[in-house]
Design a protein around this ligand. Structure first.
Ligand code: ADP
Ligand code: ZN
Ligand code: ZN
Length: 821
């Protein structure tokens, strides 16, 4: 008898054993996908984990439906890495599997299938019989669930049939966000057939009206462009090169001298590209590169601490060049891919089609294609650029991982599982490939800097900006004092207004940072003090002026703005606090002539949301850009001379042990957007606490001081890097149940840990927002000293978890583990 162990994409710990035939056993291997029945009527796509001859003891194994792959789609190393993630971050391998693969790899009973956009043009002759049945069913229905297909084709064939229909572009999956990255059509132009030769061209030029010299210019330009580039010519390009207007070109097309045609420009497959030479490094960059390479001889990880605009990217690029020359793959991790069109462009300029971008928002086919290119180590995927989830890809031969902006908190996934840290997982992954990891940032995380200081990582610094541009001059402005002296206009101090005025006068651009979106986070009745709350969550609703709505930032609940207090009927309502919308509204009043832009998650939702704003700002169509922390992430604008931070105190007061570290990083990063060329930039920080240590340190660029202060606090209060944190969140709709369940668990933890370990158990405690989406939350925090085995601690917790799950009353309570939270 032959069996396989199959990992299912669900939060169940163990793999399930299924029976396979002798024929199937002859070619099935770990890392292939199989369609399997589960429970009474479910179908899942599972991953083969092991092939063996041992029947399970506890149950009679079912047979699989189908083998879905001809060869493994997951590599051995990748699977090992996923197992490390599952074990370290206390989740199941199935959850990692689900997060890692494109959703097209994971059809299951409930997946919704829709008609693809070209459904009406499908050639029926190209469909096999069973494919045709599904196609026909979709003629009459707008969508189908996978399990509904079982009435149409043989159960065992459902997933393979759907897989083929996906490949043939007949169907698509519901959750795909296609639109954003759909290929776009670009207009091209060429000489009409009858004029295309030299001789005919001369004839044509002769026949054109003598005064039509502009038309002649266009034709000559096109002719020489075609001859020199031997590539299709875009209409845009012809306009630029010939200096002719669109209407002249259109006239020639109307005369049928030129022919317009359209080509699909794929957003992911960038086609053949011209590349430019790498930049020559200056002495500091060159020295840094040399030191990095020297460290890599003895160290697997190097931290590059280079101030903003010191030219770190160019150093990465040199390393990448050398690694790919040796035939190895490079993974370039970024905190947020949507914000990095600038970087993608830069890398493509150097490396052309060797750069692949992996983005969770790309369409199914595009992601599947990228996956396969990486799996097969194709030249197209030698350099993979991606956010967090790119560490889960099927690399076969990784030489280098670059973690750019390594301090960024968005490298850690919070929801759903796996709650992994991509930087830390990257270091483990590179190790498995015997490759190297380079962490780069202007503001290292406390953890990484600590590892560098105690020589666990190599450490390299660049202390000057490229071109010897000075770091910006950071000024702290006391709002309390300004209010007293009546020198505030709304949320703008006279200092900030003066500087904005001056920058605008010089034709320079301004960035204003406010860490909240919407107009005001709290609406309050002046008479009775009531403020509208979310019905589903334990938070106040934020007022959004643009939509005239009150919205919950936790669950998305929205209601129309109230004209009167719901509690007492008074019509005198006040707002408290302020968000980006309010900053923009005030700017409109104070600087009526300035062109304003706003970048926050309300304005960047649509198609190319980020790109549009970033491009407009780059093209100087926006004078003042207001935004949330999106603004801080590595953007490179040449004409920004002033950065204003509207209120630094909301950052400092955030209830988290990393709040001070993060405030420092945020301030330095957003300040780093100012004065990146020639002229020294200016930063104004508005605050009620100008003497706050962190603000002082940030304004004086005293990273090392900040580090040693924070390190002392972390030591004293038992936080990373001295103590590991395992946070547990208990969730349930029933308040009492959350209390009881978390109390039970805490008691069990104390019993195990109090006696012989230095492990601390804190809680259970309600978090600041203790109800979200109608579920109550309660936290327990387990603190494990770094020198103590965390593996044992986790095993002990898991054991308690097992007993916990066995208690019927608690079975419906969700327990979420967040390691290194
Ligand atoms: P960082 O990543 O450290 O913030 P960047 O790599 O973005 O810095 O470099 C800042 C600016 O300086 C960019 O506009 C970049 O093009 C330019 N630059 C950096 N190094 C060089 C170089 N060696 N030659 C020319 N320009 C450079
Ligand atoms: Zn009231
Ligand atoms: Zn809510």
């Amino acid at each position: 008898m032959h069996f396989i162990d199959v990992v299912l994409p669900i939060p169940i710990e163990k793999a399930f054993t299924y029976a396979i035939s002798k024929r199937e056993a002859s070619f099935i291997r770990a890392g292939m996908r199989v369609a399997v029945p589960f429970g009474k009527s479910k179908i899942y796509t599972g991953l083969v984990y092991a092939v063996h001859n041992n029947p399970p003891e506890a149950y009679k194994p079912k047979e699989i439906d189908q083998i879905l792959d001809e060869a493994p789609i997951v590599t051995e190393k990748q699977l090992k890495h996923w197992e490390w993630i599952a074990s370290y971050y206390m989740c199941t391998l199935g959850e990692v599997f689900k997060a890692a693969v494109p959703s097209a790899f994971l059809l299951e009973s409930e997946t919704l299938i829709l008609k693809n956009d070209n459904f009406d043009e499908v050639l029926e002759d190209n469909l096999k019989d069973d494919e045709w049945l599904v196609y026909e069913a979709l003629q009459h229905q707008s969508m189908l669930k996978v399990h509904e297909v079982s009435g149409i084709v043989d159960r065992k064939n459902i997933l393979p049939v759907l897989k083929r229909l996906l490949d043939k572009n007949v169907i698509k999956l519901k959750e795909e966000i296609y639109e954003q990255y759909k290929p776009k059509m670009v207009r091209y132009v060429k000489l009409a057939e009858q004029h295309a030769s030299d001789e005919n061209l001369n004839q044509l030029l002769d026949t054109l009206n003598k005064r039509a010299h502009k038309q002649k210019d266009v034709i000559m330009t096109l002719f020489s462009l075609e001859a020199s580039t031997k590539k299709p010519i875009k209409i845009k390009e012809l306009e630029e090169k010939s200096g002719a207007s669109a209407s002249i070109i259109k006239a020639l097309i109307d005369k049928e001298v030129l022919v317009e045609y359209h080509l699909q420009q794929d957003r992911v497959d960038f086609g053949e590209m011209e590349t430019t030479q790498l930049k020559e490094l200056n002495q500091y960059q060159a020295a840094a590169l040399g030191e990095i390479k020297a460290h890599f001889k003895t160290n697997d990880v190097v931290l590059l601490h280079g101030v903003t605009s010191s030219g770190k990217t160019e150093v990465y690029v040199k390393l990448i060049e050398q690694v790919i020359a040796s035939g190895k793959q490079v993974l370039y991790l970024l905190p947020e891919i949507a914000l990095t069109t600038q970087l993608i462009k830069r890398l493509q300029d150097y490396f052309g089609e060797k750069v692949s971008v992996y983005h969770s928002k790309y369409s199914v086919n595009e992601r599947v294609e990228a996956w396969n290119n990486i799996l097969h180590n194709k030249p197209k995927a030698q350099i993979v650029l991606g956010a967090r989830s790119a560490v889960l890809l099927p690399f076969s031969n990784l030489g280098l991982i670059i973690v750019d902006e390594e301090h960024e908190i968005s490298f850690k996934q919070f929801d759903p599982a796996p709650r992994y840290h991509a930087r830390d997982s990257a270091i483990v992954l590179a190790g498995m490939h015997k490759g190297k990891t380079l962490l780069g940032t202007a503001t290292p995380s406390i953890e990484s800097y600590y590892n560098a200081k105690r020589e666990k990582y190599g450490f390299v610094e660049i202390n000057r900006r490229f071109g010897d541009v000075l770091l910006p001059d950071i000024e702290l402005t006391d709002i309390k004092d300004k209010l007293k002296k009546k020198r505030m206009n709304g949320h703008f101090s006279d200092r900030l207004m003066d500087e904005i005025q001056e920058a605008l006068g010089n034709g320079e651009q301004v960035i204003l940072f406010q860490n909240r979106r919407g107009f005001a986070p709290i609406l309050e009745c002046k008479t009775c003090g009531h403020s509208p709350q979310c019905p589903n969550c334990d938070v106040s609703l934020t007022y959004h002026q643009y939509r005239n709505q009150l919205r919950c930032h936790y669950c998305g609940y929205a209601m129309a703005m109230q004209q009167a207090c719901q509690a007492c009927g008074s019509s005198e309502l006040d707002t408290k606090g302020f968000g980006t919308e309010q900053v923009e509204a005030e700017l409109k009043e104070i600087f009526p002539k300035a062109k304003l832009g706003r970048m926050d998650s309300d304005t960047t939702k649509g198609k190319y949301g980020y790109e549009k704003i970033i491009n407009a700002f780059e093209q100087q169509e926006i004078d003042i850009l207001v935004g949330t922390q999106m603004l801080t992430k590595g953007l490179d604008f040449r004409n920004v001379s002033l950065v204003g931070i509207m209120n630094a105190d909301t950052l400092l007061n955030f209830p988290d042990f990393r709040a001070h570290e993060r405030s420092f990083q945020l301030i330095q990063q957003v300040a780093g957007r100012a004065g990146r060329t020639q002229k020294r930039g200016k930063v104004i920080i508005q605050t009620y606490n100008p003497f706050h240590q962190i603000l002082q340190q940030a304004s004086l660029n005293r990273y090392a001081d900040m580090f040693s202060d924070q390190l002392n606090e972390r030591k004293q209060f038992k936080y990373p890097p001295f103590t590991r944190i395992i946070k547990m969140v208990f969730k349930h709709k029933d308040y009492n149940k959350v209390n009881e369940a978390s109390a039970w668990f805490a008691k069990a933890l104390h019993t195990v840990f109090d006696a012989h370990t230095q492990t601390d158990i804190l809680g259970p405690e309600f978090p600041p927002v203790s109800r979200i989406r109608n579920e109550y939350l309660k936290n327990i925090v387990v603190k494990v000293p770094y020198h103590q085995s965390v593996v044992q601690t986790k095993a002990a917790i898991k054991k308690i978890d097992k007993s916990f799950q066995a208690i019927a009353a608690y079975r419906s309570v969700r327990v979420i583990y967040n390691v290194d939270a």
